[in-house]
Design a protein around this ligand. Sequence first.
Ligand code: NAP
Ligand code: MG
Length: 484
Amino acid sequence: MSEILKNYIDGDWRESSDRATFPNEDPARRGSELNRAAASTEADIDAAVGAWGRTALPERQAAVERFLDALASEREALARIVSLENGKTIREARGEVDSALLEGRHHLRQISVFAGQSAPTTDGAIVSWEQFHPLGVVGVISPWNYPLNVMCRKTLPALLTGNTVVFKPASFTPGSGVFMARLFERAGVPKGVFNCVTGKGSAIGNRLVRDPRVRAISFTGSTEVGRTIAQMAAVNFTRTQLELGGKNALIVLADADLDAAVDATVRAGFGCAGQWCTSTSRVLVASQVAEAYMDRLLTRSRALVVGDPLAETTDMGPVAGPAQFEGISAAIAQAQRHGARLRSGGVSDNRDGYYILPTVFDGVTRDMPIFRDEIFGPVLAVSTVRDLDEALAWANDSGYGLSSALFTNDLAAALRYGREIEVGMAHVNIHSGFKTPELPFGGWKDSGFGPPENGRSGLEFFVERKAVYVKAGLSAQGSRVGDR
Ligand code: NAP
Ligand code: MG
């Protein structure tokens, strides 16, 4: 029998209260079982929700620092787990660990600045300041596509600001979630401060959101589930930070460096088999250069090596599992029925795993589902546009507003795009997945709700604020008694 991954609750490793488990499959090998994880119940969530906030900041910082050191030392082991259970290539999985480290170290530095932000002000005899308090217990719910980077981007700011965390990993990637719990244990984070509970989102994720003791939910996942979470959370005024889906457009103007544009398209379109939230999935190319762009894109797409994600030479692995494979296959068939032209790719003949080839459609119009719906796979929808006016109109004709990119050498066009594009992350001559921890990571419209991660609000989301006014002496001069 394969290994059973346990929950980490209050510093103990526990099976699900009814001892049920669910299988974790390697998407490069259909029907395989990497291990099994605890199929937790509502009772398990109850036990997890439970003096970290009173721990002094230097101790919290030291614990997070030890955690980041452990993460760095386990880079290769963790990358391997992510590659095995998610299907992204080993090189991409190492990149994910590196990104989690970069962001984690940023938050570790930022907390000192953040905690010192509130200098007291005096007004006559009244001294006042703004005080930050931990919220208490917060829930972190993560998707399978970036199983460790996303949870770190939420969990580390929550812990640094003094909260305790109950983390529910995605069911496709319980192994990397449980591995993170081991690293928190190794870092000596006190019992009960970090808890990891595996199981179905619709059962325990739901329960976590509805629990009145849980004061905030930081969620990354689909727009549909995000909407349900916002509704459930509103009942108790539970704070939410929701990072949701996208249908990100890359615009290529006639004066663009076409090689750079194609590079960015391939990188953000097919990296992680198109399964990152900031992937490029729509291309809007100026008609004057459409043919030249398309030729280069097809050449590059066809040259990508698709196969075993653990091989160093692989460019693209399988998609994450059977549900993704079916969904993407159906979207490809539907696009063909609606008259989009399949120029390259499609479902792979390699049936060992859940493989989809780098897929390119052109002749895509605004009314087609492939233009509108998030596919979350290695599928690009290319449309031709007249100019920047039309490109912006098409790009903004979407319910989503997560990320986008523009390729041009025209400064005025770049600035206008920066003003008018309706997204949380806009890039000029850089691919749509680029990010740095100093700036907010979040979406507009149906792509996000609540304060974004990273940037200024990454830590702030996890604190309660209090205005404190202290009058030093009753008869002090200068205090405008009567006013206050
Ligand atoms: P998902 O189906 O929405 O699931 C996300 C997480 O929510 C999983 O842990 C899931 O558990 C849990 N969940 C499901 N139903 C729930 C409920 N009713 N209450 C509470 N939790 C629930 O998304 P996914 O398929 O894992 O991830 C892909 C999606 O994430 C895409 O739409 C992508 O665009 C989006 N995404 C967005 C960002 C961003 O920053 N904007 C980043 C990455 C991904 P189970 O696994 O057990 O179902
Ligand atoms: Mg899996």
